[in-house]
Design a protein. Structure first.
Length: 133
């Protein structure tokens, strides 16, 4: 009697046999080699995490150095902005256009307070008393 299996049924039969055959033919590695590979992978993950942390710190420092934002964490981290200073400046400008309340409020330049550029070091008290007398 002929076997009238559909192609799907034949595929199921071959897939059921394949894992058993793969397990028999699977190549095994010594335990110390596998442990060494796992240790190297763990060290690589730690280094990658450290690199990501340093990249975020550098990004925050670059945003802070512009002095345009009150809080540098208002601009989300981006690798592309970290590499390109012009793009970083454009991103800050775009953010400030959308949300002007995030701008730094630190006064810059002459705001009319503090010592002036006059003769602050050459005060002659005796001359002042004579002028007033």
């Amino acid at each position: 009697m002929e076997d009238n299996k559909t192609p799907e049924a034949e595929a199921e039969d071959t897939t059921q046999e394949a894992p058993e055959a793969a397990q028999d033919d699977a190549e095994t590695f010594p335990r110390d080699y596998v442990e060494k590979l796992r240790k190297e992978a763990a060290e690589a993950r730690v280094k990658a995490k450290r690199a990501d942390d340093l990249a975020r710190e550098l990004f925050t420092a670059k945003v802070t150095a512009t002095g345009r934002l009150a809080d540098p964490s208002d601009l989300p981290f981006s690798d592309e902005l970290l590499a390109d200073s012009d793009a970083l400046s454009a991103a800050i400008t775009t953010l400030l256009d959308k949300k002007p309340h995030l701008a730094s409020r630190t006064p810059r330049g002459d705001v009319g307070q503090g010592p002036t550029g006059g003769n602050s070091g050459d005060v002659d008290l005796a001359a002042l008393l004579r002028a007033g007398a």
